[in-house]
Ligand binder design. Structure first.
Ligand code: HEC
Length: 170
């Protein structure tokens, strides 16, 4: 009797498992949580700012300020933000954020690539490489905005955004 019950249970389990791995296509329940504008403003730009604010030199009347991190925490902060920039590229390819299958995908992949470049630089504590990566990220932002954002100027608004462009690491 006990044996029969066990067999029945096993059979039931097999059916349940078979049902789970059935041939129906499962849809990943992606859910974008913001408009593109707010995602840019609240997530991507703050992450990119950390990188731009940590690379290059600011020249004022008082002299030069090297922006490179001076502590392990500082480099870790850049590493973390670079990871967010890279993953933002993946998020932008998600249904919900993705605008089309054309250049949008290419620019999003550009964020992944240049974000990883910045992370490598942060892990290596290489200020020159970080400066180059910051410039490469900036070019990706610009390229996508030129094509897809209303005004070609968006994304360069913050004062800090320019540090990657106007100053030199040399
Ligand atoms: C794959 C395309 C794409 C990439 C890459 C991209 N953006 Fe955007 N961004 C957009 C679009 C499209 C808008 C316009 C959204 C809207 O207003 O509806 C926008 C808007 C913005 C805005 C708001 C603009 C404003 O002035 O109101 C900011 C800030 C911004 N982006 C920052 C960035 C930064 C920083 C990067 C690079 C690290 C970046 N974006 C990369 C597509 C992109």
């Amino acid at each position: 009797m006990k044996d029969k019950l066990l067999r029945a249970c096993t059979l039931l389990l097999v059916f349940v498992l078979a049902g789970c791995s059935g041939p129906e296509q499962t849809v990943t329940p992606y859910q974008s949580t913001a408009t593109i504008h707010d995602f840019m403003y609240w997530a991507l730009e703050p992450a990119a700012d950390v990188i731009w604010d940590s690379a290059g030199v600011i020249v004022t009347e008082e002299g030069e300020t090297d922006l490179r991190p001076t502590t392990q925490e500082g480099w870790d902060h850049v590493r973390n933000s670079a990871t967010l920039v890279a993953e933002a590229g993946n998020l932008l390819m998600m249904p919900g954020y993705r605008a089309d299958e054309l250049d949008w995908i290419e620019y999003s992949q550009g964020l992944v690539r240049t974000g990883l470049q910045a992370r490598e630089a942060a892990l290596a504590k290489d200020a020159d490489a970080l400066f180059d990566a910051g410039g490469a990220i900036y070019n990706v932002c610009r390229a996508c905005h030129n094509k897809y954002a209303m005004s070609g100027e968006s994304g360069e608004s913050g004062e800090s955004g320019e540090s990657g462009e106007v100053s030199s690491s040399e």
